[in-house]
Design a protein around this ligand. Structure first.
Ligand code: NI
Length: 165
């Protein structure tokens, strides 16, 4: 089921989301719906506050053949290096921004069945992880952007670099 995506201005995007405590069928259904919504948008990451649910849940798939990822209560436990690049957000339509992020991160999370997972992410995947965990803490990428640029059209040079989360 494709869910409506909340847009900037909705206070839920500024709340600190609460941890998930029950790993049940409802959680798995929600995460399947989130993934479907993300693919439909299309985007490479989606956090539960973006579909109006203030819980610490993220789905992500940056391509590269290793996704999709289903992350419950994710936390970044290691950070190193730095990278500059553009990112966009499904909740901030019409803009992209240049954001400095860590080059590599390790994310600790649970899967929808309550199994612990550790994910090593680099480059764009690491950027995506940082962007999505920020959503769970009420932070939008534009808070961190050094430059915001209007997204003009598909042929825009920046469109290639831009990904939506
Ligand atoms: Ni986003």
């Amino acid at each position: 089921m494709i869910l409506p995506i909340v847009q900037e201005g909705d206070p839920i995007l500024r709340q600190v989301a609460r941890p998930v405590r029950k790993f049940n069928r409802a959680l798995r259904k929600l995460m399947d719906d989130m993934l479907e919504t993300m693919y439909d948008a299309p985007g490479v990451g989606l956090a539960a506050p973006q579909i109006g649910i203030s819980r610490r849940i993220v789905v992500a798939d940056v391509g590269e053949g290793q996704g999709p990822f289903f992350l419950v209560n994710p936390e970044i436990t290691e950070r190193s290096g730095s990278q500059e690049g553009y990112e966009g957000c499904l909740s901030v339509q019409g803009w992209v921004g240049e954001v400095e992020r860590y080059q590599r991160v390790v994310v600790h999370a649970w899967d929808p069945y309550g199994r612990e997972q550790w994910i090593r992410a680099e480059d764009f995947f690491a950027r995506c992880m940082q962007h999505e965990v920020d959503h769970l803490n009420g932070i939008l990428y534009k808070d961190r952007a050094t430059r915001m640029v209007r997204q003009r059209d598909e042929d825009d040079e920046r469109a290639a670099a831009e990904r939506e989360g």
